[in-house]
Write a protein that binds this ligand. Structure first.
Ligand code: 4AD
Ligand code: MG
Length: 504
């Protein structure tokens, strides 16, 4: 049976198949933490209970050895999952001698090379389960709201989001691209079915190594007829609130494994902040305060807090190190002290990184040139000013995609909207209202140096029964990263594809 169902067999015998996630021994007993993909359970093997040769073999099992066991299920609140198993029978499938990922800190590159194995670790397990909840809650939100799920092609002849980051493929001796976004097709499908959403892989050959960029990522793109930019923002807000609420309801255990502070997630149920680009720039540059605080005040306060936290951690680590050096402590306690020190060292490293970054970010925020797109650090500084996600709308049209509608009251601005996640995660949604005027669109297509003939079908949507419409694109991995509070988007997808990596 599956470990997550053990409660059903409380007091009875259960059979489990799985892998050794951890092992420790103590006089005549072996404690195995067995994992089977659904959970982890501690299995106690006693020398009194089992054939001696088999006991020796079990005692010699390495990490990730595979086996089957049977034994009595005993409730114990102190144990992971609330149960343990007193083993009566065991059958070893494979005894693994040197599992490459030991229970210690490994560098990121090493773990990425071993991604096919790394996925088995408890943290990755938790992330993938949250990702699963997010995917299904996205579908149930749109299905509940009357959207039809439709698929956009992946091989395409046109560039939706500009020509700089296209992957080209040979398409029967012609050049084609891997889709950057299903949006243009989404618009055609919305004209046929009213409210649609696509959910598929998208590709960008961005040659940048940032925490936010993948070369292959999954995007969810709803498109709605008779919807303006403000109604679009209402949908974005309701949608994100729904997904976060589902994760909070279903993944308490996983968020706990990830050490996720739940407060920032809970605050998503409050209304999101909406700022025009102009307002956002003023705040960013420190020319406008939010709740009596400027970006300068905020960063200075944060630097002070980081300094105090670092001092505390360093002192605590020193004390722990002192206890270790004195010696004479039990193995278990020693391991606990050491792992706490390692964890705290990790946090100190992160603080030091923030201490280096924050002043630079503040400097570039202050010097932000009006008319530019926000950089990653600008987004971070801006969102730190609020405890809810921020939607920035009405952007200078020059920096947005060709299909964006102009603000009828001020054509300097395009009716695009970006949703910026809190806690420094930046843009997770990009969208807006679509231009419906054929002449404006043609001008933009020329200005962006796009091949007009590839967009004729798209212009047809404006020639034959054009209606106001809007939509947006959510980057799945960006959302997973923020909800799980990951350091890097590469952990949000089973096998990441990014600049410099296509393996494993
Ligand atoms: O802002 P973007 O480029 O918008 C579009 O593609 C529109 N056509 C969407 C629409 O209106 N239907 O991308 C949308 C989102 C971003 O907000 C981000 O979350 C994600 O896709 N994204 C990436 N995620 C990971 N790696 C990358 N390289 C990404 N580029 C965009
Ligand atoms: Mg964008």
């Amino acid at each position: 049976m599956r470990i997550e169902d053990l409660a059903k067999k409380n007091g009875q015998t259960a059979q489990i198949q799985g892998w050794v996630a951890n092992k420790r021994e103590s006089k005549g007993l072996v404690f195995l933490n067995l994992r089977d993909g659904s959970g982890i359970v501690q299995c106690i093997v006693s020398a009194d209970n089992i054939d001696e040769k088999l006991f020796q073999e079990i005692a010699s099992l390495g990490l990730e050895s595979s086996l089957e066991i049977a034994g009595k299920v005993v409730q114990d609140e102190r144990q992971i999952g609330g149960y343990e198993i007193h083993v009566d029978e065991a059958k070893i499938i494979q005894n693994v001698s040197e599992y490459p990922i030991a229970n210690k800190e490994h560098g990121a590159e090493f773990l990425m090379d071993k991604r096919h194995l790394w996925l088995r670790s408890r943290r990755q397990w938790a992330i993938m389960r949250v990702r699963n909840t997010i995917i299904f809650s996205i579908h149930n939100f749109f299905q509940k709201e009357g959207f039809v799920q439709m698929d956009a092609p992946i091989l395409t002849a046109n560039a939706c989001e500009g020509t700089t980051d296209l992957f080209t493929v040979d398409y029967f001796e012609n050049e084609a691209y891997l889709s950057q976004s299903g949006q243009l097709y989404g618009e055609a499908m919305a004209m046929a079915l009213g409210k649609i959403y696509t959910f598929g892989p998208t590709f960008r050959s961005e040659k940048s190594k940032t925490r936010r960029h993948l070369a292959e990522f999954w995007m969810i793109e709803p498109e709605m007829i008779f919807c303006d930019i403000f109604q679009n923002m209402d949908v974005i807000e309701k949608f994100i609130q729904h997904v976060v609420a589902e994760v909070l309801a279903k993944n308490e255990k996983e968020l706990n494994v990830l050490d996720r502070d739940l407060e920032p997630l809970r605050s998503v149920e409050k209304s999101f902040t909406r700022l025009s680009y102009d307002q956002a720039v003023q705040i960013l540059k420190g020319q406008e305060k939010v709740n009596g605080q400027s970006t300068l005040d905020l960063i200075q306060k944060e630097l002070q807090e980081l300094k105090e936290e670092k001092e505390k951690l360093e002192m605590d680590n020193e004390e722990r190190q002192h206890i270790i050096t004195k010696g004479g402590i039990k193995k278990g306690k020693l391991a606990f002290l050491q792992s706490t020190i390692d964890k705290q060292k990790q946090r100190i490293k992160q603080i030091e990184e923030d201490q280096r970054n924050l002043p630079q970010w503040l400097e570039s925020a202050k010097n932000f040139a009006y008319g530019n797109d926000f950089g990653g650090s600008d987004e971070t500084v801006l969102t730190k000013m609020f405890d809810v996600p921020v939607m920035v709308y009405d952007w200078p049209h020059e920096i947005k995609a060709f299909y964006m509608k102009r603000n009828p009251d001020n054509p300097k601005f395009a009716r695009g909207v970006d949703l910026l996640a809190p806690e420094g995660y930046g843009e997770i949604v990009g969208g807006g209202e679509r231009e419906t005027d054929v002449e404006w669109l043609k001008e933009k297509i020329i200005e962006h140096k796009l091949p007009m003939e590839e967009f004729e079908w798209y212009l047809d949507l404006r020639r034959y029964g054009t209606v106001p419409h809007s939509g947006f694109g959510l980057g799945l991995e960006r959302l997973v990263s923020w909800i799980c509070k990951l350091h890097h988007v590469r952990e949000a997808i089973p096998f990441p594809r990014m600049y410099g990596r296509i393996e494993p």
